[in-house]
Ligand binder design. Structure first.
Ligand code: FES
Ligand code: FES
Length: 158
């Protein structure tokens, strides 16, 4: 079937089987491999994307269900010049990236949170990351990176 939707702010149409997941559509048919495939049962958050403004596990979303909707993947998160944005730079500078496998999902979860809550406290950040597993960093640096980004964005707004 032909699946038409908005991906990273641009319209796309892709021919794909009706019985695949959004994760497979992104990785196998659109070659966007930044969204990671891990548990495939909704438990790890490695496959996180933003669907119509909401954080979702793309391994649990049927590909045809995104018809006419807006999807943002990690490839859609960057600065104006195409380099890392402030959140991604903070992940780097706070030592929040080790193996990196969880990181696209963590960045997506961070952006989803900051789009709804511009100044989350640390508990709110932890809750927002509850569906995203990291085996490497111990989470503190990830929370630090998101908190630092919220503070920087707040300063810019003032
Ligand atoms: S791969 Fe989707 S939640 Fe783990
Ligand atoms: S940095 Fe390795 S799983 Fe998170």
């Amino acid at each position: 079937m032909l699946i038409k939707f908005t991906l990273n702010y641009k319209p796309v149409s892709v021919e794909a089987p009706a019985d695949i997941t959004l994760l497979a559509l992104l990785r196998d048919y659109l070659k966007l491999t930044g969204t990671k495939e891990a548990c495939e049962v909704g438990e790890c958050g490695a496959c996180s994307v933003i669907l119509d403004g909401e954080l979702v596990n793309s391994c649990l979303v049927a590909a045809p269900s995104v018809m006419g909707r807006q999807v943002i993947t990690i490839e859609g998160i960057h600065d104006e010049d195409g380099g890392p944005n402030d959140l991604q730079r903070n992940f780097i500078s706070h030592g929040a990236v080790q193996c990196g496998y969880c990181i696209p999902g963590m960045v997506i979860a961070g952006e989803a949170l900051l789009s709804k809550n511009a100044k989350p406290d640390r508990e709110e950040i932890r809750v927002a990351l509850a569906g995203n597993l990291c085996r490497c960093t111990g989470y503190m640096q990830i929370v630090d990176a998101i908190e630092a980004t919220a503070n920087e964005r707040a300063k810019k707004r003032n």
